[in-house]
Design a binder for this molecule. Structure first.
Ligand code: BTN
Length: 374
């Protein structure tokens, strides 16, 4: 019998979590809570006729439901923040075309892509990683995408939660079935970081950076993060899920996050299209993934080292349990681990386990210098 890795074990240095074993489900039903295709069709119909009043009767006819169902769904969309104006007897129109990532639109924009085939969209879900993990166990194929407008229990690394405000960020998880070892799977986190970085830079002229292994930063603030989880046997991955969160249109963050989180909107001063960004992200991801599968891990490691200023000469603190030391980053090892040269010692240390943080004193100093020079 194959020996499955069953416990949830966290390998901080790899940015990887192994989930608990779950009984294999074989159902091919869409997961509970998935957006009803007809609500998406209603939204599409309104968006295609934006600012024009569409009668309830026409909507009912075109999407194949009763007029009272149209009324119920319009109210549901309103609850979700979509600005639908009008009444049952007058008809409806969209005051503003919402930036909602409906599966039909995504499928259309991702034609020909492995990620355009099976897209599960949720207006609200606990965690897209949780859903993707269930779908992995249920036998869903490689390329399945789970995307949500809002997460109520978004998961972050090391047991943290991921703030997932409605329709402002990108919350997406990709299911993969690569024929690789569990150790290699950790490189998918770095690869996803590279894909997200390219997508963000293609749309914005901003100074982002990749903090090894899974953060997208602007300055010392977090713009995005990646959480890779997998189900594997000791030498072979069964499936991997790569969860990506990007802060896009948030105008502010809860008090406890405001010093450490930022969004594209905050940084650029203008609202962004989540649709464009997620399409770019999935296209970049597909290119990078194909390269990873055909050429192996080396190109991911070298690209990461080239793109990430963080890996070269950044002052950091490495903490592993009660032990901690300060040092300067010194590239990646051939396996993709971070190397840190401890202060006052010559030889770099390879960080296999532990948490790496930007050196607070240095960050604080940089901030102070920044405010003094203003
Ligand atoms: C981190 O801590 O930096 C990782 C954050 C990963 C967040 C994303 S949002 C989509 C996916 N679903 C989750 O529950 N988490 C990931």
């Amino acid at each position: 019998m194959p020996c499955a890795l069953v416990e949830r074990r966290f390998f901080p240095a790899l940015g990887l979590t192994l989930p608990p074993f779950m009984a294999k489900r074989v159902s091919q039903q869409p997961p509970p809570g998935t957006t009803d295709r007809r609500i998406a069709a209603l939204l599409n119909l309104l968006a295609e006729n934006a600012t024009i009043v569409v009668s309830g009767a026409r909507i009912a006819r075109e999407i194949g439901v009763s007029r009272s169902t149209v009324w119920r769904w319009v109210n549901r969309l309103r609850e979700l923040g979509v600005r639908v104006k009008g009444e049952q007897h007058t008809g409806y129109f969209l005051e503003k075309v919402p930036d909602i990532l409906t599966p039909d639109t995504l499928r259309q924009r991702l034609k020909g892509s492995i990620f355009g085939k099976r897209i599960h969209h949720f207006f609200k879900v606990d965690s897209t990683n949780r859903v993707a993990m269930d779908l992995g166990h249920a036998g869903e194929p490689e390329g399945t995408v789970v995307i949500a407008e809002e997460q109520t229990a978004g998961r972050g690394r090391a047991g943290h939660s991921w703030h997932s405000e409605r329709a402002t960020g990108i919350y997406v998880t990709i299911l993969l079935r690569p024929k690789i070892s569990p150790v290699q799977a950790s490189l998918l986190t770095m690869m996803a970081g590279l894909s997200a970085f390219s997508a963000i830079r293609a749309q914005n002229d901003i100074e982002a950076d990749l903090k090894w292994p899974n953060d997208i930063l602007i300055g010392s603030k977090k713009l995005g993060g990646i959480l890779t989880e997998m189900h594997a046997e000791p030498n072979q991955v069964r499936f991997v899920i790569v969860g990506i969160g990007i802060n896009v249109n948030q105008e502010k963050f809860p008090a406890e996050l405001s010093a450490i989180a930022t969004s594209l909107r905050v940084e650029t001063g203008r609202p962004q299209s989540r649709l464009e960004l997620v399409v770019r992200l999935l296209r970049e991801f597909e290119t990078d993934y194909n390269q990873f599968i055909t050429k192996g891990s080396e190109s991911v490691i070298r690209n990461f080292e080239t793109v990430s200023r963080f890996t070269r000469g950044e002052r950091v603190r490495v903490t592993n349990g009660p032990e901690s030391f300060a040092g300067v980053t010194d590239g990646l090892s051939p396996e993709g681990f971070l190397r840190v040269r401890p202060e006052g010692r010559g030889e770099p240390v390879t960080v296999i386990a532990g948490d790496v943080t930007l050196d607070r004193a240095v960050v604080a100093r940089a901030k102070k210098q920044g405010s003094e020079s203003k």
